[in-house]
Design a protein around this ligand. Structure first.
Ligand code: GRF
Length: 208
């Protein structure tokens, strides 16, 4: 059984999707061992508490450098013997030390079809605003491994979602969450927990 550390910074709807999937037996060979938040007082912490999952705060604000924050984060991840790290709306960059210790073991969800509308500065509603401003007809979500390039790691799963007349960034964000993110993330996590995702060069092969 793989221990999963879920990193959050906000409301935690993707965390909730993982908790629900775990409770329904949909995360095969994986268990959510802990939830770590980069911010105090976020609803994701309450979701962890409601599900009886240990929760910790490693606040970015309380460290003067990114290196010190990373060190504390790594220490917390190791305390729970995490095998897999899931960034579910985690708004901090994880540093080189963590990436080196967990090659192809850190998973992130991004609310667009990478390589569109991703990279530094593309988070939250900004992603959806950029998609609508560009005028694309489809957007979606991407689950990928994390490497040293923001949103640049190998893609595990993607799902397209149609843009509709009258969409605002808020409406599109909600549709992408409901139709793509909350399904895609638990699915990808389960596949990784089962060692079914092989990375070959710059692509993944899913062994069903
Ligand atoms: C999601 O849109 C996710 O794709 C992005 O941040 C948002 C987090 O939302 N990385 P939540 O905290 O899971 O509700």
């Amino acid at each position: 059984m793989k221990n999963i550390a879920v990193l959050v910074s906000g409301g935690g709807t993707n965390l909730q999707a993982l908790i629900d999937a775990a409770n329904n037996g949909e995360i095969i060979n994986g268990k959510i061992a802990c939830v770590i938040s980069s911010r105090d007082n976020v609803y994701a912490l309450q979701r962890a508490k409601n599900a009886d999952i240990p929760a910790e705060v490693v606040s970015r604000k309380s460290f003067s450098s990114a290196e010190q924050f990373d060190e504390a984060l790594l220490k917390c991840i190791k305390k729970y013997n995490a095998d897999i790290i899931v960034m579910a709306g985690f708004l901090c960059i994880v540093g080189q030390n963590i990436i080196k210790e967990y090659p192809n073991k850190i998973i992130n969800i991004h609310p667009s079809l990478i390589p569109s509308f991703c990279g530094d500065g593309f988070y939250g509603l900004k992603v959806h605003k950029a998609a609508l401003d560009y005028g694309v007809k489809v957007s979606g979500a991407t689950v990928h491994f994390v490497n040293e390039i923001t949103d640049g790691g190998t893609i595990i799963l993607q799902k397209a979602v149609e843009i509709q007349e009258g969409d605002t960034p808020e409406i599109l964000q909600k549709r992408i969450m409901e139709q793509a993110e909350w399904k895609l993330l638990p699915k990808a996590v389960s596949l990784v927990c089962q060692d079914k995702v092989k990375v070959i060069g710059n692509r993944t092969i899913i062994e069903e």
